[in-house]
Design a protein around this ligand. Structure first.
Ligand SMILES: Cc1ncc(COP(=O)(O)O)c(C=O)c1O
Length: 430
């Protein structure tokens, strides 16, 4: 494949956009460098770059595009939204319908608020939890990423880890001192932390299924124990479902494990590809937020009609359970095919998968926490990434991210992907 036009655009970009990218994980730093591919068009399960190359897309824009690119129902909603005027700064029918739709899908959302990104959603839940409890400290799990608000850039998973900034410069020691991290899936560590900081913890924040040091599922009972221990310590529980909500079924990861946190942060998929975030949960907690309560949160673009209508359209399509059955079965095919390809050539891989989302770790040990993810081979992942890219398969450029199957992938795409995977492992290991 020829990437000369990408190179030309990227070099031009570097002279104007800091680092040539608008989000660090789009750079190829975490895969040993190279020119990020500059895309100009996307449809269904495919991307087309500025050189005219076509790729099967497993990036899914880092999660939102569960329906694939340019889904006609979502595009129609966006077109209609632009024709009706794109921003009012007033209440609209669509935000009401969308909030009701979310409530119906996620009954724990007794009250909800829309914001513009996952970062904002999580950041606000922390403020709400602090306002509701009168406490300051937050417990999070090492390697989980919760957006780039100051407090959340402590031991923060895929983006920062990939580029080697475990704790961002510019975050004050005072902020960092309010964040306590414990290993994911480690109930004892959480229990002793809560004991050690009695009466200080406002909330325990968790990705119920991790998407940010690769896909990592909670071990049996982990989430319920997080909730029970936190509540016993007087702390609220926040589930960051920015990646997970509507990813595996029409609802949350909490519903998959039959658990009930106090607050949720949502984003990505619920915007149908447009910018969005949302937070919500128990009414008594949410009533702390202005204009009803003393916790302030606002936004010029919050609940903008285009995002609301795109989100509504996306969820209308996702209501069909067969979409998730298909993504799960394609995820299964990819997992098996990747395993077989690796085994055939003697490569050591551990594949973590939930539904249509999976991560290929290079190493023979299970990965249930961040430290174990860090220990897997970055070099082998980088080689796989570049070799797949040259053959037209686009996965996220970091060993800490996931392959996302979308509703737009076909049996044929999976078959083609697995043929390429076979050829790639042969090239790299034979
Ligand atoms: C679990 C989780 N929370 C929060 C965020 C931040 O969302 P956004 O990038 O929309 O600000 C992300 C983004 O990757 C995420 O994966």
């Amino acid at each position: 494949m020829e990437f000369s036009e990408s190179k030309r655009w990227f070099e031009r970009s570097e002279q104007a956009i800091l680092g040539g990218v608008n989000s660090p994980s789009r750079s190829f730093k975490a895969v040993g460098g190279g020119i990020p591919i500059v895309m100009k068009r996307a449809y269904g399960a495919y991307f087309e770059d500025v050189d005219g190359n076509t790729f099967i897309d497993y990036l899914g824009a880092y999660g939102p595009l569960v329906l694939g690119h340019a889904h006609p129902h979502v595009m129609q909603a966006v077109r209609q939204a632009t024709e009706d005027g794109i921003l009012y700064g007033t209440p609209t029918p669509w935000e009401v319908e969308f909030a009701e739709t979310l409530q119906e899908a996620i009954p724990d959302l007794e009250r909800v608020r829309f914001v513009n990104s996952g970062t904002e959603a999580v950041m606000t839940t922390l403020r709400v939890a602090r306002g509701a409890t009168g406490r300051n400290k937050i417990v999070k799990f090492a390697g989980c990423y919760h957006g780039h608000s100051d407090a959340m850039l402590v031991a923060a998973g895929s983006g920062p880890s990939s580029i080697g900034i475990p704790d961002s410069a510019g975050v004050t020691p005072a902020t960092a001192s309010e964040i306590i991290t414990v290993p994911y899936n480690d109930v004892e560590a959480l229990a002793s932390t809560l004991e050690q900081h009695r009466f200080e913890i406002a909330a325990v924040l968790v990705e119920p299924i991790v998407g940010n040091f690769g896909i990592v599922a909670p071990q049996t009972g982990f989430l319920q124990q997080v909730i029970d221990l936190s509540h016993a310590a007087g702390a609220l529980v926040i589930f960051d479902e920015v990646i997970t909500a509507f990813r595996f079924h029409y609802g949350t990861a909490a519903q998959m494990y039959d658990v009930h946190p106090d607050l949720y942060a949502l984003g990505k998929i619920i915007g149908g590809g447009l910018p969005i975030g949302a937070y919500g949960g128990k009414q008594v907690v949410m009533e702390r937020v202005a204009p009803l309560g003393p916790v302030y949160q606002a936004g010029t673009m919050a609940g903008n009609p285009a995002s609301m209508r795109a989100g509504l359209a996306c969820l209308e399509v996702l209501r069909q359970p067969e979409i998730y059955e298909r993504m799960n079965s394609f995820g299964q095919r990819l997992e098996t095919g990747l395993h077989n390809a690796a085994q055939r050539v003697g490569a050591q891989v551990t594949i973590n998968r939930v539904g249509g989302a999976l991560t290929v770790f290079f190493g023979s040990q299970p990965v249930v926490n961040y430290e174990q993810a860090v220990r897997t081979s970055s070099e082998e992942f980088a080689a796989l990434f570049h070799a797949l890219l040259r053959r037209g398969i686009f996965i996220a450029p970091s060993k800490y991210e996931a392959w996302f199957v979308s509703a737009a992938h076909s049996e044929g795409d999976i078959t083609k992907t697995l043929q390429i995977v076979d050829a790639t492992f042969d090239e790299l290991y034979r």
